[in-house]
Structure formats: C-alpha cells, structure tokens
Design a protein around this ligand. Structure first.
Ligand SMILES: [Zn+2]
Ligand SMILES: [Zn+2]
Length: 219
C-alpha cells in the first residue's frame, strides 16, 4: 500500500542474496528468490518503519536468514503496534533480531560486499548500504578493456529520494540530523553512484547533488 521498494541483490555465480527491506508482498519476494534459486544469507532493514518491515516475519521464517538492523531503531521496532494503528494496518509479528549493524560494518554475501553507513535523521537508526562495486562489473570492464570506473550502488532507505529526502516529522526524526548525514556521508560518495531509494525511482549521487532542493546551494 505504501509502495516501499524491496531490493534483492543476488550473486549470479554463488546464488547468495541479500534482501533489503521486505516491507510487504512477502509472497512476491519469495517468488523472486525461488525463481532465481537464491539462498538468502541475510535480511537488512534500513530502518524500522512498518512499511519496511511488514513482510519481514514471513521472509525470515521462509529463508531462515538472520535479520540485521541498527540498535538505534530497535525502540521504533518495538513500537510496531503503535505504527500499525497510525496507518490502520494489523501489527505484524516481530522477529528475533540478529547481529546489530554498526557504522563501517562490511556485509558480505557471495562475492559481494556492502558497507553500512549510519545515516540518522529520518529515524535514529536509519542506515544506507553502499556497494563500492560488483565483481561482475569489474569483469565486464576488463573484458571491454574499459578503464572507466564502474559505478557503486547505494541502498538509501528513506534517507535520500530522487528529488527529495526522508521526512523528519515522525518519531525520532530530525531535519538537522538528516542533513548532516546526507552532507557528511552520502554526498561524500562518487557522483556516478547509483542510488536505490526506499520509495520511488532510482537516481545518482551526482543528480541529487546538482538538483535535489534539499542538498543544492549550501554545501
Ligand atoms: Zn521510513
Ligand atoms: Zn518508507
């Protein structure tokens, strides 16, 4: 209903996959996982708003994969029933949370690696995941004798959107903090980085640096 983007990042060679924000539509997510014969090695929650964790229980049970989130969002996760009443949902059952995410953690699956950026502001425990490159990109660049650097990817949760940023008027939100996270961490990434937000279309860091009304001007 709230159109949250769930991302499934699989290594085509090892079939290991990461699931990011299974918000809803658990059966559709499981269908993709099964169709591509993926084995989910962990489930990452960018933040614990209900629209990002609504399908979590079902995905966790079906895959057995550990669930990871930032400690500063655990309190919000415990308020799922309160969040549910805000939007008229039935409160989803919570799951056991595995190892907590910390700034700078490297998450590895298959041949891939993503780094955790703690980017508070939308919620206290919001994180982004940054994949500097993918081995397949590297191989393609070598095969094409390209010296061009392949772009990294950022899974931004609700911290950064194409042309906007996450709202900060909900529990634990802070406009000053999200701007600090964006300018201090997210905009430090290379311009060509492809950004996959929690809602809406993908974008790039360069595009947002240039045209996002919340980020232009006062850097
Ligand atoms: Zn959110
Ligand atoms: Zn959201």
């Amino acid at each position: 209903m709230l159109q949250c983007n769930c991302h499934i990042v699989g290594d085509p060679r090892t079939r290991e996959a990461l699931v990011i924000d299974p918000g809803d539509d658990a059966e559709r997510i499981l269908d993709v996982i099964h169709r591509h014969k993926l084995r989910v090695s962990s489930i990452i929650i960018t933040h614990t708003h209900i629209d990002h964790v609504g399908g979590l229980r079902r995905i966790q049970e079906a895959t057995g994969a550990p669930v990871r989130m930032h400690a500063d969002d655990l309190e919000l996760y415990r308020m799922l029933d309160v969040q549910a009443t805000w939007i008229g949902w039935k409160a989803p059952e919570r799951v056991e949370v595995g190892e907590l995410l910390r700034e700078g953690d490297a998450i590895r699956w298959g041949r891939y690696e993503a780094l955790v950026l703690h980017t508070p502001g939308h919620t206290k425990g919001s994180v982004c995941l940054y994949m500097p490159d993918m081995p397949d990109d590297r191989a393609a660049a070598v095969a094409a004798k390209s010296t061009e650097h392949e772009p990294g990817r950022l899974f931004a949760g609700d911290t950064l959107f194409a042309g906007s940023i996450g709202r900060t008027d909900l529990w634990g939100g802070s406009f000053e903090t999200i701007i600090r996270s964006l300018k201090g961490k997210v905009l430090e990434l290379p311009d060509e980085t492809i950004v996959y937000p929690g809602h809406g279309p993908s974008t790039t860091i360069g595009e947002e640096r240039e045209s996002n009304p919340f980020l232009v001007g006062n850097q």
